[in-house]
Write a protein that binds this ligand. Structure first.
Ligand SMILES: [Zn+2]
Length: 458
């Protein structure tokens, strides 16, 4: 049906975002604090030093380092309090006389924009990452006694959505005059690979729609859309729980940016284009502990107006399925599995028939016979043509529908759990995982799927 195309293409983003997240984790795996892997902030690993002549900013002895860190943390704590409580008077005292033009005003706007966001946590932490040395030219320009760019993360949690705080990178430059540290810039470290992450509140006032199943955040200009998403969130969480079971957070944070720059800041450049309707992201995934932090479903403002009530329902349930299954899903799980599974839940009980939901598959079956293999990951890439991506999604969905129709939904979940945990599995590895669940080889299953498609689409 006509509403089908949009949800499909959107959903490609999710797993691909996971791949990127995994790559960042891998890059940082040699550091003790590789915990804020993200999709939008660049890794600091491999960044050039802030200066080639570090002698002007010699590393102080350990005792001095500890004292410096303590003093700076106090400044960061005050900064967090001022922003979180929108205390403009306190905020105004925290900037160095040489602070970037516009930085104090931007922070004041940020604090005001944040005022209506329900926060369970908001703070800035110094991490143990390698510390770049500040360009001596910056020190000279400021005329300060000392200039430092410590590795800092924003630590925050949305009340009603996040079970634990997540972290995002902050590239901050600070100056000391006498004993007092103050803020200089949160953009000067960009060129050294440590950019400050920007949230919804950096782009304008944020309003919240709070429901028992989570929080929807966006801007006042999108109030009506926020209402629609909030209204859909409760039934969507219930639907995902009905299928997946209660073993997930059963709450979600849904973000609705207002324009593409904002979407890009939240989900990264690769997923802020084209027909994507929403992207599911996570800041931190620890599969060994089964924990995921900073999960957000981010809608694309460019395609939002094209969502029908049905496609909005499907998109949200699809994305929340990824959220629910994230901790059980390898970063390199087969895309056909993750997307077909999420689409199965998205379309479950929607009344959309196989032929209406998979017209491209029907066309292929009619013209070339049934498929004999599942789509490979590259068929879902944003660089692949829309029609091919659409076909890949439909094939994946039809395979999930086939499994549920012929083996039952428990078997579909069983296959998901067995295969999704495997990183980039080979066909033989998928076969070895599927056989114990279904008692049939993958090859025989694919033949059966083809015959089933022919009959079901006839
Ligand atoms: Zn998806």
């Amino acid at each position: 049906m006509s509403s089908r195309a949009l949800p499909r293409v959107l959903l490609a983003a999710l797993v691909l975002v996971l791949v990127i997240t995994a790559a960042v984790v891998a890059l940082r795996s040699d550091t003790p604090t590789s915990r804020d892997a993200g999709v939008s902030g660049p890794s600091t690993t491999g960044a050039p030093p802030l200066t080639a002549t570090a002698s002007q900013n010699a590393v102080p002895p350990a005792a001095s380092q500890a004292a410096r860190k303590k003093a700076v943390q106090q400044l960061l704590d005050q900064w967090a309090v001022a922003v979180r409580s929108n205390d403009s008077a306190l905020l105004a005292t925290l900037f160095d006389t040489g602070a970037d033009v516009g930085f104090p005003a931007a922070e004041a706007r940020r604090a005001a924009n944040l005022a209506q966001v329900p926060l369970a946590d908001w703070g800035y932490d110094i991490t143990e990452e390698a510390v770049p040395t500040v360009d001596p030219a910056v020190t000279a320009r400021l005329g300060a006694d000392e200039v430092w760019s410590p590795p800092v993360v924003l630590r925050y949690a949305i009340a009603g959505a996040d079970a634990a705080s997540t972290t995002r990178p902050v590239g901050v430059v600070l100056a000391r005059r006498g004993q007092v540290w103050r803020l200089v810039s949160d953009t000067a470290a960009d060129r050294y690979g440590r950019s400050t992450w920007r949230g919804l509140w950096d782009f304008g006032p944020v309003i919240a729609r709070v429901v028992p199943q989570g929080v929807v955040l966006g801007h006042p200009s999108r109030a009506a859309d926020l209402d629609l998403l909030a209204k859909e969130l409760g039934p969507a969480v219930a639907a995902v729980t009905d299928f997946w079971g209660p073993g997930w957070q059963q709450r979600a944070a849904v973000f609705l940016p207002d324009h593409q720059d904002e979407l890009r800041a939240l989900v990264g450049p690769d997923f802020a284009e084209g027909e994507i309707a929403a992207v599911s992201i996570a800041d931190n995934i620890d599969r060994s502990a089964g924990t995921v932090r900073g999960q957000r479903v981010v809608f694309n403002p460019a395609t939002l107006s094209r969502l029908t009530p049905l496609s909005r329902r499907v998109v949200l349930r699809h994305e929340l399925t990824h959220v629910a299954a994230r901790a059980a899903t390898s970063a390199q799980a087969p895309v056909w599995l993750a997307e077909g599974f999420a689409d199965y839940v998205g379309y479950r009980a929607s009344g959309v028939s196989l032929s209406d939901g998979a017209p491209a598959v029907a066309a292929v079956v009619r013209s070339a016979g049934p498929p004999d293999s599942l789509p490979v990951d590259t068929q879902f890439a944003t660089t692949t043509s829309g029609a091919k991506v659409e076909l890949a999604y439909q094939l994946s969905w039809s395979f999930a529908v086939f499994l549920a129709a012929t083996r039952g939904e428990d078997a579909l979940r069983g296959v998901y759990l067995a295969v999704a945990a495997l990183p980039a599995p080979s066909t033989a590895e998928i076969d070895a995982a599927v056989q114990p669940v279904l008692g049939v080889s993958l090859g025989a299953l694919l033949v059966e799927w083809g015959r089933w498609l022919q009959q079901a689409l006839d």
